[in-house]
Ligand binder design. Structure first.
Ligand code: DP6
Length: 327
């Protein structure tokens, strides 16, 4: 029996950056995100008693080393919950540029959590799927949820999960500055920020305050405040990251130019706000109804330097879910 699930990346408006517990992946602070309708990951899991080890195929290539070990560690959690020991075959197809700061670990572990839970016979509620996905990659707990999601930092494994949060209908335009894998993984950079950046504690306090502001702005359908907090929160995260030793700089010159472009768009009355994860790509947040206008304005803005084929329009997407297997 094969179980197949699809999940989409999410982009945080208030970022998760720092762990209180590395083993359980409990975050220092809560975060809030939008799950998108682009770049899906599709993952099939087949439990097979004849296997002596898990087998992993990523985009048609056999996976080995630490990416494969991370999957096995995750499957061990599922097996422990299901009380089973059989190994599995995992086949994953990504349409998101892996490791480019477009949240591929989020869609990857969300799809894996849903497919593996089903393949091992676990019938988990959304909250428990979110907790499970969190153990693979923190941000994956939010990709279990469709549309806007809040990840409650929680106090322990049971209370750290994501759920839907109501608010205005938002959209995004993804500017792909560089689709190659980043030099330092977010996992490593997050640890280095905590252990070496003098701004790490300032970040944690700021992120807590930003999450409260963001929740109020969501409740009030206040897109201007949502955008302003999003942009500032991203820059605060990058400021903390730049304080690392040895330093890490994810933002490229063009990323900065795109933050400038967001400001120019706003001066023309088109509300768009920039954010960036652990990579040089910039994501513009706006009202869902403005996505095409924002994309067109960015194409027309010569100083932004973005060709049309590197500007991807995105809207709210579904949470991770099972699908009928495709051949
Ligand atoms: C910058 O979820 O990839 O995208 O929990 O170590 O797997 P691990 O980290 P990960 O970090 C995501 C960081 C971020 C911000 C965010 O998505 O909130």
């Amino acid at each position: 029996m094969t179980s197949t699930a699809v999940a989409h990346p999410n982009i945080a408006l208030v970022k998760y950056w720092g762990k209180r517990d590395d083993a359980l992946i409990l975050p220092d602070t809560g975060s809030l995100s939008l799950t998108l309708d682009v770049f899906p990951t599709t993952t099939s899991v087949t439990v097979d008693d004849a296997l002596t080890a898990d087998e992993m195929v990523f985009d048609g290539a056999v996976a080995t080393g630490s990416p494969a070990a991370r999957i096995t560690t995750f499957l061990d959690l599922v097996r422990a919950q299901a009380g089973r020991s059989a190994r599995a075959r995992v086949d994953t197809r990504n349409s998101v540029p892996t490791g480019a700061g477009l949240a591929s670990s989020a869609s990857g572990f969300a799809a894996l959590a849903v497919a593996a839970a089903d393949a091992y016979g676990l019938d988990l509620a959304e909250k428990d799927l979110s907790r499970l996905a969190r153990r693979g990659s923190g941000s994956a707990c939010r990709s279990i949820i469709g549309g806007t999601a809040i990840w409650h930092a929680g106090l322990d494994d049971a209370t750290s999960y994501a759920e839907h949060v109501s608010g205005p209908d938002l959209g995004m335009v993804i500017a792909v500055v560089d689709a190659t894998a980043k030099a330092v993984s977010s996992r490593e950079a997050m640890q280095r920020t905590k252990s070496t950046s003098p701004y790490a504690s300032g970040w944690v306090h700021a992120a807590e305050a930003d999450l409260l502001l963001m929740q109020q702005a969501f409740a009030a359908d206040d897109v201007s405040t949502i955008g302003a907090v999003t942009e500032s929160n991203a820059l605060r995260m990058h400021a903390a990251i730049m304080g690392c030793r040895p330093p890490i700089r994810y933002l490229a010159p063009q990323s900065i130019a795109l933050f400038d472009a967001a400001e120019r768009l706003r001066r023309t009355g088109l509300e768009a706000y920039a954010t960036a994860d652990a990579g040089p790509n910039v994501v513009f947040v706006c009202r869902a109804a403005d996505v095409d206008a924002v994309r067109d304005a960015l194409i027309a803005d010569e100083a932004a330097g973005m060709p049309a084929d590197r500007l991807i329009a995105a809207h709210a997407g579904p949470g991770a879910h099972l699908i009928e297997a495709v051949a």
